[in-house]
Design a protein. Sequence first.
Length: 116
Amino acid sequence: MREPVAPFSTVRFGADQTLYLVVDHHGQRNVPDPEHEIERPDLENVLADLLGGRFQNPIRVVAFNTLEHWSKDISTDVAREIQCRCDSDGLGLPQYLAGFMEMHLRPTGNPISRIG
């Protein structure tokens, strides 16, 4: 007779890193494309994918670390960084990010045209 397998008592290698999830709105039914990856290994990939148009209607970016037992909505920080990069590169804000920027910068009272 087989012995029952005990669950892992230690965290697997690589599980101690912070991961980032981009939540992309997919219309009325909000059904995600199963082939559309939303998890990113680092913040630089999140920013590059957002600025590169990989997400057409992003609504939130969440960072989490299961080893340290925390998660945080970092959407406002990401929106500020996107605005800074667009400003420093002299580029206009991509239209597909307008709703994300409006949602995460306006409530704090920060103007969208320039972040401090």
